[in-house]
Design a protein around this ligand. Structure first.
Ligand code: HEC
Length: 299
C-alpha cells in the first residue's frame, strides 16, 4: 500500500513538472502524408531532420553533456549515481550472462547448424544493423526477432523474449559489436510508415495515468521519479540488453517497454508486437550516430 501511495505522489509531482514544459513543438508531424510521387520523396532526409531536432532538444536541455555520453542513460546526466555505476561496471553483473550467451550462440542446433549460419558475418559485429526494415516482409526486424526466426528456420522452438537465454545471446552479440555506430536507414515509404508509427507511439499518452514516453523521457528527463532519474530518450537502445539490479538479471528492450507501460497502468503489449518493434525502430533511428555499448548495467 505504502509503495502505491509514494508512486502516486511521484506521478502527481511529475504531472506538475510536465505541465511546465512543452515538447509538442518537437513532436511535429506524426501523420504519414500520402506520397503522390513516392519515388521523389526523400524519406531519409525527412527522418534526418527529426534526428537533428531531437538532438538539439537534448543538447539545449543538457548543455554540458556531449552527444556520445547519451549512451549511458541516466548516468550521462547525473553525477551522483554515475559514481556508483562506474564502480558496478568494474565487475559488471552481465559478464556471466555474456559468457553463457556465447555458449548458447555457438552450440549447434539439432540439425548441426548454428546461429552464425543465419547472420551476416557469422553474427559478429552486427548489432548496430538492428532493428532494420525488411522490404520483403514489410516489417521491422529486431535482433531478438531475428534470433528466434533463426531458431525456427532450423527446426528449434523459439525462446522467451524478455529475459533468460535469448537476452544472453543478444548480450553476447551486442558485446561483440561494441563501439560500432548505429546508422539505421529509412528509405522507402513502407519503412517511413513503420518509423512514423513508432514516433506516434512515443508521443501518445496512455494508461490510467495518461503519460507518453515523451513525457518522462523527453520533457522531464533528468527529473527524479521515486528513486530513479528519468533517462533521456536519446541513446535508449544503445546499451540493451540491460542488467537491472532490481530485476536481478538481464532484460531486453521489450522487457523495459512492458515495464514502462505497466508503470503508467497501461496494458503492456506482447513482446515483439508490431507496435513495440516500430517503437524500437523509431528510438534507434533517433540514436543514429551513437555507438553500441550493450550490454549495460543499471542500479
Ligand atoms: C511515468 C514515467 C515513465 C513513462 C511514461 C515511461 N517510462 Fe521509461 N522509464 C521510466 C523509469 C522510472 C525508468 C528507469 C530509470 C531510467 O533509466 O530512465 C525508465 C527506463 C526506461 C528505459 C531504459 C533506459 C536505460 O538507460 O536503461 C527505456 C528504454 C525506456 N524507459 C523507454 C520508455 C518508452 C519507450 C516509453 C513509452 C512506451 C516509456 N519508457 C515510458 C519511467 C517512464
Amino acid at each position: 500500500m505504502k509503495t502505491k501511495i509514494t508512486w502516486c505522489l511521484a506521478i502527481i509531482s511529475i504531472m506538475i513538472l510536465s505541465a511546465c514544459s512543452d515538447s509538442e513543438t518537437l513532436k511535429g508531424d506524426t501523420e504519414v502524408q500520402p506520397a503522390v510521387q513516392a519515388s521523389t520523396v526523400n524519406y531519409q532526409q525527412k527522418v534526418n531532420q527529426d534526428v537533428k531536432r531531437f538532438r538539439e532538444f537534448f543538447a539545449s536541455k543538457f548543455p554540458n553533456i556531449e552527444l556520445e555520453e547519451f549512451v549511458n542513460g541516466a548516468y550521462a546526466i547525473d553525477a551522483a549515481t554515475r559514481e556508483q555505476w562506474l564502480e558496478i561496471e568494474e565487475f559488471p553483473p552481465y559478464e556471466i550472462p555474456v559468457e553463457e550467451g556465447q555458449e548458447f550462440f555457438e552450440a549447434p542446433f539439432a540439425n548441426g547448424k548454428t546461429y552464425a549460419d543465419c547472420f551476416e558475418n557469422g553474427g559478429i559485429g552486427i548489432r548496430q544493423n538492428f532493428p532494420y526494415f525488411d522490404e520483403k516482409t514489410n516489417q521491422v526486424i529486431t535482433l531478438e526477432l531475428a534470433i528466434n526466426q533463426c531458431r525456427e528456420a532450423n527446426g528449434e522452438q523459439p525462446l522467451d523474449y524478455g529475459q533468460g537465454e535469448l537476452a544472453s545471446i543478444s548480450a553476447y552479440m551486442a558485446n561483440e559489436s561494441r563501439d560500432n555506430v548505429f546508422d539505421i536507414k529509412v528509405n522507402s515509404e513502407a519503412a517511413y510508415k513503420a518509423y512514423m508509427a513508432g514516433k506516434q507511439f512515443f508521443y501518445s499518452k496512455r494508461g490510467q495515468l495518461n503519460f507518453a514516453c515523451a513525457d518522462c523521457h523527453l520533457k522531464i528527463s533528468g527529473s527524479l521519479l521515486r528513486a530513479d532519474i528519468l533517462s533521456p530518450a536519446i541513446g535508449h537502445p544503445t546499451g540493451m540488453p540491460v542488467y537491472r539490479s532490481n530485476w536481478g538479471e538481464l532484460g531486453t528492450i521489450g522487457h523495459r517497454y512492458r515495464e514502462c507501460n505497466k508503470n503508467v497502468r497501461a496494458e503492456p503489449l506482447d513482446y515483439q508486437s508490431e507496435s513495440y518493434r516500430n517503437l524500437e525502430f523509431y528510438q534507434t533511428v533517433m540514436s543514429n550516430g551513437l555507438v553500441v555499448n550493450g550490454p549495460s548495467s543499471r542500479k
